[in-house]
Design a protein around this ligand. Structure first.
Ligand code: PMT
Length: 322
């Protein structure tokens, strides 16, 4: 283990003795089979952005941690993908190109507005399938928006924690090529625990005795993300807690520790009504949504876009375009 990983604080309030260096994690966990193909697609997508265009990487959904090599059982982090999917739509409407790194079967942009096909379709006269008239206008609006923005969004799906962290590394490294115009918006719920392959049983754990499962700690990838992979980008992480008394202090601690740009703190039970954004500058901004017809993500994206504009401006002043 490197000295750097040893004793690093997990931003969880505890000093951890046994956190591996992130390189050890990547040496131990294989890349997804389609990794090279996906990253080359991302390179082209980002490379095609016009000089004035911005690109945001939105991560969304939970991460699955297998308990067995031939996986029957796993543990998961809570996230439906609603925050990431809604935010993706608002970023697209604000002119961003979006790399949407999302958990398989999580909530999807645009599709989230349409209920099950069994609810919206009907057999017309027993022969033709048609859209029920009560759903037609809503579906048309959603389809128009989807058609308008679909080429501005590059979607990548993952399932396991390992796949998520591989894609995060590859995508953020590509994002760094556009400097301050890049942004990371880390709304996915990422596990802090995993079982290394060598500690994992091959076959299904049997239920004839109490299972003994020992997790290892996942290195906090925000550290290499900020330091090595995308040091030029504007980086926002989310902080989810269930105890309101520790939420802000955890957000501020994460900013101090990882030196990124913003933490958006939210509580599990009130996350759709209120969030607090904390910038590294020390500015604390509470966002409350009292309007039933509005989604809180539209307010978050407005704020984040404004802060990102300022960041781009400051970085242009530092190193103006040739
Ligand atoms: O999807 P929804 O149902 O709409 O819910 C949205 C949400 C509540 C999941 C979202 O708003 C949210 O809070 N996401 C972050 C949840 C989370 O993982 O928080 P955390 O405290 O465990 O992690 C904090 C940050 O550290 C995260 O940005 C994470 O990307 C990062 N992290 C986590 C683990 C790890 N090993 N390395 C990391 O860098």
């Amino acid at each position: 283990m490197s000295d750097f990983g040893k004793g690093a604080d997990n931003a969880g309030g505890s000093s951890e003795e046994n956190i591996k260096h992130w390189d050890d994690f990547y040496n131990e966990v294989p890349a997804p089979a389609n990794y090279a193909e996906i990253i080359s697609g991302v390179r082209k997508f980002i490379g095609d952005a016009k000089l004035e265009e911005r690109v945001v990487v939105v991560t969304s959904g939970g991460t699955m941690v297998p308990l067995e090599q031939l996986t029957v059982r796993f543990v998961d982090n809570f996230s439906s993908g609603s925050r990431g999917a809604a935010s993706t739509e608002y970023f697209l409407e604000e002119g961003y190109k979006v790399v949407f790194l999302n958990r398989q079967k999580s909530i999807q942009p645009y599709a989230r507005h349409i209920s099950s096909v069994l609810d919206v379709l009907e057999l017309d006269g027993g022969a033709n399938v048609t859209v029920k008239s009560c759903h037609a206008s809503k579906i048309q609006t959603v389809l128009e928006r989807y058609e308008k923005y679909k080429t501005s969004c590059f979607a990548i799906t993952y399932e396991s924690l390992g796949d998520y962290l591989w894609f995060l590394k590859g995508v953020s490294t590509e994002l760094n090529s556009i400097g301050a115009r890049g942004m990371l918006y880390l709304a996915a719920a990422v596990s802090d625990f995993y079982i290394p392959k060598n500690d994992m049983p091959e076959h299904k754990i049997q239920s004839d005795r109490r299972p003994e499962i020992t997790f290892s700690l996942v290195p906090k990838m925000l550290r290499p993300l900020v330091k090595d992979w995308a040091p030029e980008a504007y980086i926002i992480s989310f902080k989810l807690e269930t105890d309101p008394n520790i939420l802000l202090q955890k957000a501020e601690k994460a900013l101090k520790l990882y030196q990124h740009n913003m933490v958006i703190a939210n509580m599990l039970t009130t996350r759709k009504k209120t969030v607090t954004a904390v910038e590294r500058t020390g500015e604390v901004m509470k966002i409350d949504n009292d309007d039933e017809d509005k989604e809180i993500e539209s307010l978050i994206v407005n704020l984040v876009k404004e802060k990102h504009s300022k960041y781009i401006q400051e970085n242009l002043t530092k190193s103006p375009l040739p």
